[in-house]
Design a protein around this ligand. Sequence first.
Ligand SMILES: [Zn+2]
Length: 137
Amino acid sequence: MAGNRCDSCGKLAALTFPEEVEISDEEFDQETGHYSFTARIVRSSECCGVELKEANLEVEGDVNLEAIYDEDPSLRGEELEMEVEAECSDRTEGKGRGLKTFFVVSGTVKIKRPGLGRDLVEDTFSDEIQASHMDEL
Ligand SMILES: [Zn+2]
């Protein structure tokens, strides 16, 4: 495996764990309950904090909106919003030279009505990428 060279100091760099999950392109279809978003994780050089690798996971799923509307018909036609909570963990497969590391992005999608102090429905998701398959920056 080729080492990762830090763009800033030029040394071979250890890579940070991708703690942060950046969520973008959130889309939620109020007709169908379908949601999608992009979850980005980044690994930086430990020496200088320069971003060296990234992965953009396209996540999608569905929530059951009919259950919400059955319970409270007045919500039909109201504007709903989604909130994504995500975290990154890792897991490994195999041993020794065959060891593979995967980064797992998992969390919860919450559907809310702005101003209403509770979540209407939520869904959980999980997606992963093999560490060696992350894109070079
Ligand atoms: Zn460096």
